[in-house]
Design a protein around this ligand. Structure first.
Ligand SMILES: NCCC[C@H](NC(=O)CCC(=O)O)C(=O)O
Length: 448
């Protein structure tokens, strides 16, 4: 009997969650720039989703937010003096830089790393490569702390292998699991790792978007596959359609999602859909009829509707063989075309049998839906037993974290508040306490 399962590790929203319009190419981030945010509501919306999934019987973990504003980065960029002085100088001379080092963007843990389960890797360990997120400055400063938090969560080297991020240059632009899907029969068996990229770095003749950046390269995905010891016949690469990147699909998980034997994607998601299907079916092998390729046509749901509703930024979760539930954001219910499509989907023959809707507006307003907020880690039972148990969601942790949020978080934050030295103190106090709740040890620079 195969007892492996898929755990979801959600990013807990940090105390400095705000809207600064930092992500060129991400429509929601640009549209909501300068709006006040509500960090307390944001954290609680995320916790409600985590708790609901834990209650449904899924293994649900929590990844801690990062230290923000990130004073060490400001020091590296030439600001000096006391922390309060640095904040004041940065606010005065480089306000956008202060916003960048204050972003709570690490909440979107689909971008934290690429994870290869032990069923796929040559040394039979679970491999993690934190994403360098080099395309956006505010995200490029995440990978070191992400690595420390992943090591504090998946500690045992007998089961877990941690790599550093790829070189931080555009050629190896890596956005992690937002562009990575795994197809498999059971989670513990060898699966197919499906890497989606936006451009080729070393081939100037290849297609690429014209307006918005392709954040992720083929070369980055190939490097991750090599490091994780994946066998070539179990890896499939596909290029994103450059036109949808230009329309605002900055990660593939805005237009496709997959789980086990189901690939749910939009007709326009890929540059060459026929090849994508052929390659997946070839890698899948002799049980090809069991692979569900659920293609959503443009006449039913337009690319614009995908971007507005985040239909595909959903969590496709297995309750049993050929029985899946789709976790979508509230915006899907409010979009008539999308909602009609979803209702016909669950009524039809696909393995997707139920839709669950969550209010994640605070994160959605920065372009992050249910799928952005989670990192999937398929684990055998032995590996599951080796995770840091304090990071696993249950009634007690849910209560503790809600009390913790109430104690430390503000319910309104404007861009000018980022210069408030009190916010830095509040944030550090909160995180110091959190490392004790989650038993992480010291993972932040201010703790050393
Ligand atoms: N996977 C979802 C990621 C969303 C994230 N948004 C942001 O960073 C917006 C932050 C701001 O604009 O304040 C991004 O674009 O990488």
């Amino acid at each position: 009997m195969n007892t492996a399962t898929e755990a979801n590790f959600d990013g807990l929203v940090g105390p400095t969650h705000n809207y600064s319009g930092l992500s060129f190419g991400n429509v929601a981030s640009l549209n909501n720039s300068a709006r006040p945010s509500n960090p307390k509501a944001a954290a609680k919306q995320g916790l409600v989703k985590m708790k609901a999934l834990a209650d449904m019987g899924f293994v649900q973990g929590v990844l801690a937010p990062h230290e923000r504003p990130h004073i060490p980065t400001l020091r590296r960029l030439g600001f000096s003096g006391s922390d309060a002085n640095i904040l004041e100088q940065a606010a005065k001379h480089a306000p956008k830089l202060l916003a960048a080092v204050s972003s709570a963007s690490c909440m979107w843990t689909a971008n934290a790393a690429t994870v290869s389960p032990s069923g796929d890797t040559s040394d039979r360990r679970v491999h993690f490569t934190p994403a360098n997120l080099v395309n956006k400055f505010h995200r490029s400063i995440e990978h070191e702390t992400t690595g420390a938090i992943l090591r504090a969560t998946f500690r045992d080297e007998q089961y877990f292998a941690h790599h550093p991020a790829l070189p931080s240059v555009d050629h190896f632009g890596d956005e992690g699991a937002a562009n990575h899907t795994r197809f498999c029969h059971g989670y513990g068996e060898q699966g197919i790792e499906f890497f989606v990229y936006g451009m080729e770095a070393f081939n100037n003749n290849a297609a690429k978007p014209a307006k918005f950046p392709a954040r992720h390269t083929l070369e980055a995905s190939q490097a991750v596959a090599r490091r994780h010891g994946l066998s070539a016949n179990q890896v499939v690469y596909a290029q994103q359609n450059p036109d949808v990147i230009d329309a605002g699909v900055f990660h593939n998980d805005v237009i496709a999602v997959g789980n086990r034997n189901a690939h749910f994607y939009h007709q326009e998601a890929f540059l060459d859909t026929t090849k994508m299907k052929q390659d997946l079916l070839k890698a899948w092998g002799d049980r090809a009829s069991q692979l569900h390729l659920i293609e959503v046509p443009s006449h039913a749901v337009s690319v614009q509707d995908c971007i507005q509703s985040y239909l595909f930024n959903s969590q496709l979760l297995s309750r049993g063989d050929d029985d899946m539930v789709l976790v979508v954001p509230g915006e899907c219910e409010n979009n008539p075309a999308v909602w009609a499509y979803l209702n016909s989907l669950v009524a039809g023959q696909s393995p997707i049998n139920e839709i669950k809707v969550f209010d994640l507006k605070q994160s959605m307003s920065n372009g992050g839906g249910p799928a952005c907020l989670r990192l999937r880690v398929a684990l055998t039972q032995t590996e599951q037993a080796a995770i840091n148990p304090s990071t696993i969601m249950n009634n007690t942790l849910f209560e503790r974290l809600n009390i913790w949020v109430d104690k430390h978080y503000r319910d309104e934050l404007h861009e000018q508040d980022l210069a408030d030295p009190q916010l830095l103190i509040e944030s550090r106090t909160a995180l110091d306490e959190l490392t004790k709740i989650l038993d992480l040890g010291h993972v932040y620079e201010f703790q050393t």
